[in-house]
Design a protein around this ligand. Structure first.
Ligand code: AHG
Ligand code: MN
Ligand code: MN
Length: 326
């Protein structure tokens, strides 16, 4: 997909990219831009904390003099605090719902946008120095600006997203973003403290050679089509790749072509991943890159959420591969 309206030389900063967006409603440009800047800033703070994760104990043991209670919290709680704080300090987001909290937070301001976040995805991988991520979806609020937020502001279908993205804290840190006009990737240049455009107009190949599923689930998968499909992948000698960090598994398949599968299982009959915090954002991104995302029956972005923490099965990636499941 071409960003025909936007001048996008490789190497421009995220900030400049955001300033150049003109495919949005003119009266929302400033607001959404600032909101994206706030998310990017929070991700830089999280990135810094992630990088020193292995040092926390060492620093903590040094007489504990410099360690505050906050520093000793689990990193997914810390990441939640970082994103929530950044969003609440700006005036563009009027509320946030996070995987880490039961209910939404109303910032009681006049902002137009609500945000759903998985502040730290794949957190069990931190201890072993494997890539993790953050995922976000941005929606326009439904109720009038300036009034108290209600459930329905957050229980929106994925098709209502105005922007979505993820940050991958990997061998380099990247922010991948869609505003509904294609997908772009920005790599963090830590000496400059800036995200710079490195992946312009990302398109996922229509098919690929990678399938990504937790193989240990094999005997517990409830959907027969999925079992047959996996057997087929084996027969065709496709490559199995699964890290257990959704963002990292998704990102690899987005660039190389492939499918990520998290089916309904006997233990998790609705699937494991969360519609609001994980599935919708990645579904928006993959579709904008030319791929597909379903729950095995329906397009993910058309599923009506009934609960903030609703789970879903997820089949996402190259269109021809996803077509074989749904
Ligand atoms: P989170 O760390 O936000 O709870 O998400 C973990 C998710 C996702 O990142 C990953 O793909 C999946 O859990 C892995 O689940 P299994 O260990 O069941 O394969
Ligand atoms: Mn997650
Ligand atoms: Mn998480």
């Amino acid at each position: 997909m071409e960003h025909s309206k936007i001048a996008l030389p490789i190497g421009i900063t995220l900030d400049r990219f955001i300033k150049n967006i003109d495919n949005l409603q003119p009266n929302t440009i400033g607001e959404l831009s600032q909101l994206l800047r706030d998310i990017a800033l929070a991700s830089k703070v999280v990135n810094r904390e992630m990088n020193k994760a292995g040092l926390v104990d060492i620093i903590g043991n040094y007489g504990n003099q410099n360690s505050t209670g906050e520093e000793q919290q689990k990193l997914d709680i810390l990441a939640n605090i970082r994103f929530t704080r950044a969003l609440s300090k700006g005036k563009e987001a009027c509320g946030v719902i996070s995987e880490e909290t039961e209910d939404f937070i109303d910032f009681n301001n006049k902002g137009s946008y609500v945000v759903a976040i998985d502040p730290l995805d794949g957190s069990s991988n931190i201890d072993v120095n494997v890539s993790v991520g953050s995922i976000f979806s941005i929606y326009k609020r439904i109720t009038p600006n300036g009034t108290p937020l209600t459930k329905k502001d957050f229980l929106q279908k994925g098709i209502n997203q105005v922007a979505a993205g993820y940050i991958l804290y990997g061998t380099s840190t990247m922010l991948v973003l869609t505003l509904g006009d294609g997908v772009c990737g920005f790599t963090y240049e830590s000496t400059l403290g800036e995200y710079v455009l490195s992946h312009k107009d990302i398109e996922i190949p229509d098919t690929g050679s990678i399938y990504s599923i937790n193989d240990g689930l094999n005997n517990f998968i409830m959907n027969k089509t999925v079992i047959e499909y996996i057997n087929d992948c084996r027969k065709q000698k496709l490559t199995a790749r699964y890290i257990g960090s959704l963002v990292a598994d998704f990102h690899r398949n987005l660039l190389k072509g492939g499918i990520y599968l998290y089916p309904e299982t006997i233990q998790s009959p609705e699937g494991k991943l969360r519609l609001l915090f994980e599935c919708n954002a990645l579904a928006f991104i993959v579709e904008q890159a030319g791929g597909k995302a379903t729950n095995g029956k329906n397009r993910i972005m058309e599923v009506e959420p009934l609960d903030f923490h609703q789970k879903s099965s997820l089949y996402i990636g190259s269109s021809q591969m996803v077509d074989q499941i749904a």
